[in-house]
Design a binder for this molecule. Structure first.
Ligand code: DX5
Ligand code: ZN
Length: 225
């Protein structure tokens, strides 16, 4: 029985009231807080840094899932670890030494993950599975909330699920499979059926007045898988 986790992305929250928004979405049933870090270099948008993460942390009674869309990554890994984050994922294209960046995350006591863009090949995972706690598959091109789910991601989710299952059978260690971008109540079940266990949703949750109603509806859909 898979445990499903819903990770609201505070990119779509009211940034003038981030602490309250984090509390509200946790009260509504969030399992993780997804924190999108953009640098206007790796992606064409600029969001929050470690200072904002540290400010939000006291409101987060669930793990903080930092998604680094920055280049380079190593200095910010250390800064976010100090800010109290629990999970740090980054894009392999943005690090010159992927294995070293993963080690930095692990040495800082955080869970580590790689993020694959829609065009990034699954093969980047093969040599670092032993370092990973999470794989994050982008189902949009990174940089903005509110984009449409790219349908062919479903096939990629199935391939990564098979790779992670094979690794788990050999190692006894389960790596989480998170999907990010365009997830809504009407497609979350298909994403789960393809093999994802952790679901980022920004606009689908924060653009509605009742966060609990959306998260409950997502869980009802997940119960059908
Ligand atoms: C996009 C971000 C996402 C974004 C998802 O680069 O990584 O986490 O907030 O937003 P929605 O759910 O609106 O597609
Ligand atoms: Zn994200």
């Amino acid at each position: 029985m898979t445990t499903y986790r819903i990770a609201p992305s505070i990119l779509s929250a009211d940034c003038a009231r981030l602490g309250e928004e984090v509390s509200a979405v946790i009260a509504a049933g969030a399992d993780l807080i997804h924190f999108d870090v953009m640098d206007n270099h790796y992606v064409p948008n600029l969001t929050f840094g470690p200072m904002v993460c540290a400010a939000v942390k006291p409101y987060a009674s669930v793990p903080v899932d930092v998604h680094l869309m920055v280049e380079p990554v190593d200095d910010l890994i250390q800064a976010f670890a100090k800010a109290g984050t629990d999970i740090i994922t980054f894009h392999p294209e943005a690090s010159r030494h992927v294995d070293r960046s993963l080690s930095l995350i692990k040495d800082a006591g955080c869970q580590a993950g790689l993020v694959l863009n829609p065009a990034t090949s699954v093969s980047v995972l093969e040599n670092v599975l032993n370092r990973l706690d999470m794989v994050l598959l982008m189902s949009v091109n990174p940089g903005f909330g509110g984009q449409s789910f790219i349908a062919h991601t479903l096939e990629k989710i199935r391939r990564v699920r098979a790779l992670l299952d094979e690794y788990e059978a050999k190692s006894g260690r389960r790596i989480a499979l998170e999907v990010d971008g365009g997830i809504k109540t009407d497609n979350i079940a298909a994403v789960a059926a393809a093999g994802a266990d952790t679901f980022v949703a920004g606009s689908a949750i924060f653009n509605q007045p009742d966060y609990k109603a959306v998260i409950d509806a997502m869980r009802q859909e997940l119960a059908k898988v």
